[in-house]
Design a binder for this molecule. Structure first.
Ligand SMILES: [Zn+2]
Length: 241
C-alpha cells in the first residue's frame, strides 16, 4: 500500500510543474545565431573581424549538432546582415513542434579596451526581464503551447532552463579549455536574449581585442574544439533533465 502511495504522490506533485514547462520537453531543434554579419563587423581585432570568427565556429557547431541527431537552423549562413529583430523573430517564430523543445544559441567574440582582458563567458537574459509569451498576434501553435501555464510559471521555468543551459555550456568549455580564463555565467541585458521565447544563451568564446586569443580564435583546430565544447555542453543539458 505504502509503495503504491509514494509514486502516486510524486506524480501528483510533479504534474503541475510539467504542465508549466514546455521548455523541458525533448529538444529536437537548435537555432544557431552567428553574431553580426554583412555591414556589421562586430568587434574588430588587429587580424580579423568578429563576424568572420562567429560564422566559422557556428558552422562547425552546426555540423556537430547535426551529427548528434539534432535539427539545426542558422540565422545566417554567409556574410549577410541581419537585424536583431530578425534574429529574434526567427528564434521565436519557429514552432518547436508539439511535445518538443527548442534552443537558441548565439555565438560572439568579446572585446575590451584593455588588451589584457581574456577568457570565455556565457550570457543569459536578466531573470527580472519578463518575456511576453502570448500577444494578440500569437499564432495557434503559440497559444496551444503557452496557454496552459501562467505568465509567471512560464517565466520562472524559462529562467531556470536558461541557467541550466548556460551552466552546462560553461562547464563544458571549461573542461575543453582549462587554460582559458572562465568568466562564468552572467545575466545581461542583451536584446537578442530578451526577446527569445526558448531557452537561450549567448557564448562569448574569447576576446578579439586580446592579441593571443584573437590568434587562437583564427585557427581552424581551435574553432573546431570550441564547437565540440559548446556541442557537448548542449548535449549535457539535453540529457540532464
Ligand atoms: Zn558580438
Amino acid at each position: 500500500m505504502k509503495r503504491l502511495f509514494i509514486p502516486l504522490l510524486i506524480l501528483l506533485i510533479a504534474t503541475p510543474l510539467i504542465a508549466a514547462t514546455p521548455f523541458t520537453s525533448p529538444v529536437k531543434r537548435v537555432i544557431l545565431d552567428a553574431g553580426h554579419g554583412g555591414e556589421d563587423p562586430g568587434a574588430v581585432g588587429s587580424l580579423s573581424k568578429e563576424k568572420e570568427i562567429t560564422l566559422a565556429v557556428t558552422k562547425l557547431l552546426a555540423k556537430e549538432l547535426t551529427e548528434g541527431g539534432l535539427e539545426v537552423m542558422l540565422t545566417r549562413e554567409s556574410d549577410t546582415f541581419l537585424s536583431l529583430e530578425e534574429r529574434v523573430s526567427i528564434a521565436s517564430g519557429e514552432n518547436p513542434g508539439v511535445g518538443h523543445s527548442l534552443l537558441f544559441v548565439s555565438i560572439h567574440a568579446n572585446s575590451s579596451t584593455s588588451p589584457q582582458a581574456q577568457g570565455f563567458e556565457v550570457l543569459i537574459k536578466k531573470s527580472g526581464h519578463w518575456v511576453h509569451f502570448l500577444e494578440a498576434t500569437s499564432s495557434d501553435w503559440q497559444i496551444g503551447r503557452y496557454a496552459t501555464a501562467t505568465a509567471s510559471q512560464l517565466n520562472t521555468a524559462l529562467n531556470r532552463q536558461n541557467l541550466l543551459l548556460a551552466t552546462a555550456v560553461n562547464h563544458s568549455i571549461a573542461r575543453y579549455y582549462p587554460e582559458m580564463s572562465n568568466r562564468g555565467v552572467k545575466e545581461q541585458d542583451v536584446w537578442v536574449l530578451n526577446g527569445s521565447k526558448n531557452p537561450s544563451v549567448l557564448v562569448e568564446i574569447g576576446f578579439i581585442s586580446n592579441p593571443l586569443e584573437e590568434k587562437l580564435m583564427l585557427e581552424g583546430g581551435w574553432q573546431a574544439k570550441m564547437a565540440s565544447a559548446i556541442a557537448e555542453g548542449l548535449f549535457d543539458y539535453i540529457s540532464g533533465y
